[in-house]
Design a binder for this molecule. Sequence first.
Ligand SMILES: Cc1ncc(COP(=O)(O)O)c(C=O)c1O
Length: 442
Amino acid sequence: MLTSTTLFESDRYLLHPLHHPSDHAAPLMLVEGRGVMVKDADGREYIDALAGLWNVLVGHGRVELAQAAAEQMKTLAYCSSYVGLSNAPAAALAARLAGFAYPNLHTTFFTCGGAEANESAFKTARCYWKLKGKPNKVKIISRWHAYHGVTLAAMSATGMANYWKMFEPRVPHFIQIPAPYPYRFEGARDGESVGAAAARMLEEAIQSEGADTVAAFIAEPVMGAGGVIVPPDDYFPRVREICDKYEVLFIADEVITGFGRTGKWFGLQHWNVQPDIMSFAKGITSGYLPLGGMQISDEIRDTLLSAPPDSRWMHAYTYSAHPTCCAVALKNLDLLERENLVARAATMGAYLQSQLQSFYDFDCVGEVRGLGLMAAVEFVKDRQTKSPAHIGERVLRAARERGVICRVRGDVLLLAPPLIITEAEVDRLVVALREAIREVMK
Ligand SMILES: Cc1ncc(COP(=O)(O)O)c(C=O)c1O
């Protein structure tokens, strides 16, 4: 029988993401989940306040998703989707996604996760420009604080230097610019809004690199792992104009914001902006199986499809369009629609934000922010100078002792519970977090 002791014994053989023994002295071994709650090997319950890694939108323990997987596995275990072959769930899912996120995106390529989706987007952008007779358009511009995954090219787009340090050199031709981070933005001119200034920095980067060398700009509609950074309303419309002006493709990384997390189905819908390529993952299966992908504009699709065979889009993964993952995604979309979970993310997100406002009672809380069911609490030592408080990790530990699992980036506490969360569960979460902050501050 598996006891918690034997489980921990076996865990010694696992190299975890971001591994270091100093952070793994007392790992949490989760064994079960229902709704927004998860249980550890000793029977303790926790609120899963980041929905796994932002992904478990419909909550834990959904039998319909398990059944969809079992039925597909019994019917057809695997099928390559390399050109010349296809499978029914993948075709059905691609058809369902055609025009679903944005009216100009009808064509989907599937991956296993977010980094692969972004790798695919970067390669597709380069391929597109080669086919357009502009082979020098290869550079990718991203933003500081961005998280786009950590495979080598995705890592090079990720704008957090601690992810690079031990893996340098990065892939060449990746460039970072400032993010529209209202709480800490510097560099706006007199009378210029943060959104306009941050967009101007994109234009300046394109000009200084040379528009004929830039393939694409990539951005999360709301930055997730970097600190739930919500852009001002004027940012993305201006970014779209700049990308059009300089013929730079706009890649929206909707790995977190896709499928309802922000209270709309997709993040850029908040600003009525369409990308040329959208990467997605996480929420498409609510994390029940690994699936991601990218959608490309009709213009990019037409260009790829009219290439001569020896200039084809030579890109592939063994598990692209895996039938079981696609079957689960289809059922997950049914659940999101049937239970109106996107609208729910908007109303419960507003409720969470309203409850978190009470945290301003603590002097160490510099800002509470968010959109839909993505929220952050940023701690500071001093509200005037916004100097770092260095308490994020301690708040995280204190929260865990009070039955809450979430994550921090430095001094920013990140929250993104499953979309099914109830008001009572939000209340419980907020009380536990308030007690955790009080404990750390005493
Ligand atoms: C916005 C964003 N893009 C890409 C990724 C990378 O996804 P994966 O870990 O599935 O490679 C993540 C993961 O958190 C993400 O948040």
